[in-house]
Ligand binder design. Sequence first.
Ligand code: NI
Length: 157
Amino acid sequence: MALRNIVTEGDPILRKTCREVTEVNERMRILIDDMIETMREANGVGLAAPQVGVMRRIFVAEPDIESGKVYCFVNPEIVSLEGSQESEEGCLSVPGYYGKVERPEKITIKGLDREGNPQEYTFEGFEAVVMCHEFDHLEGILYIDKAEDVYRAGEEQ
Ligand code: NI
């Protein structure tokens, strides 16, 4: 595995719609493993492929570090969204900032896993926030587009 560079806001790649993965092959698995390593190294809870400069519909997430469960979605699709909550979010591509965002309380999402097998999960609360945030990256959307309020770390309101 290898660490990859995380691209930051201002790079046009973060603003593009990512392409579907046609085959979950060894090259994609290397990318996925690198993304997991890069996410952990950066103390992130999620990372999407465009954040490492790859315009493919893949994201990884580890919303509950204690559980050690790492989710990997290839070609994710949102099955349903329910309710709403206010989250406080940051992004590895927007370092040093946080913002308040309105998100669904619950999301059901399906896609392929690291082996190319179908999977479907329902997430609530903070985990739902993470999945929505990462899914948005694949559409070229950053949380700062949706935030009511964006502030520098250390200047929480
Ligand atoms: Ni992000």
